[in-house]
Design a protein. Sequence first.
Length: 317
Amino acid sequence: MEFSEGVNYTILVNNANKAFFENFESYKVLDTMDGFDAIKMQVEVFLSKRIVFNEIWYYLSKEEKSELLEILKRRNVSFVNITSNVEDVIYSDYVIVYDDDKKKLNYINEVYNALIIRDIQQKYNIQNIGLMDSLTEFMMDNISNLTSYRKIANKLNESNINTNDKTVANYIKYLCDAFAFYKIRRYDIQGKRYLSSVDKYYLVDTIFKYAKLGTKNINYGRVYENIVAIELLRRGYEVYVGELYNSEVDFVAMKRNEKLYIQVSDNISDDKTFEREVRPLLKIKDAYPKILIARTRHNDYQYEGVQIYDIANWLLK
C-alpha cells in the first residue's frame, strides 16, 4: 500500500509484524500485545491524524471496535486497516486495491458474499443459500432484460434448481432491499400509465457481475445501460422502461416537471445500428428532451432533435 508524504502515521502492530514497520523511520510503531486496554490508551494519546491497524482489528470484539471507532470519530482521525478479513473493510477509511486482476475480482466477490448474501441469509434466515447464489447469478447475467418471477423460476427449474415464483419474488425483494439490485418498472408513454407483470433489474455495480461470472464476452451495451440506470437514480430521477407502439425506450426519467427519454447503446457508428436506436425516440411526439447515449468518443451533437452524448461526457455533466 502507499502512504502519503508529510502525513504522520501511528501504526499499531503485533510483535510478528513489528520489524517490518520499523524500517519506516517516519512511522511510530506501538506494541499492542498487552491487550485491548493498552490499544485504547494508545489510540487516546497518539498525535497523528491517521492510524494504521495491522491485522489487530480482526481480533477485536464488536464492542471493542465500536469503542475505538467512537474515540477515532471524536478525535477526527482516519485509519487504514491492513487485514485479510473481508468483513473488516466496512470499518476502514482506505480501500487497499490489488494490482492483480484475478485477486481484485476474487476480493470483490468476497465482499459481495460477505456484505450482501451473508447479511440477507442471516436477516431472513435463508436455508437454501445455493438457490440465492443461482438467482443472483441469473439476474447478473440478465441485466437489462425484461423478466418476471415465473420466467426466472422456470429457468432455474430447467437447471435442476427447484423453486417457485413466490420464493423467487421474496429473494429478489431481499436483494433489492439490500441495494444489490434496483427494480425498474415499465411505463406506457402513449397512455401515460405504469405497466405490470415484467420488469428490469439493474446491478448496483457491474464489477460484481464480472467478479462472480468472469469477464469473457462482455456486452458493453448492457454495461452502459446499467451505468446510466444507476446514475439516473443517483441524480434523483424516477426511472422507468418506456413502451410505445410495441417499441421500447430504454429509460423514461422523471423528476417533478422534468422528463427525459433516453436510449443507450454501445457503438452507433454503423448506420443501421444508429437508425435502430434513434427510431423509438423519433416516434415520441411530445416536447420533452430525447437523448441517445453511446460510446461515440466524439463531441455532443444533435440529430433531428435527438441529443447525442458520448457516455463519458454525459456522466460528467
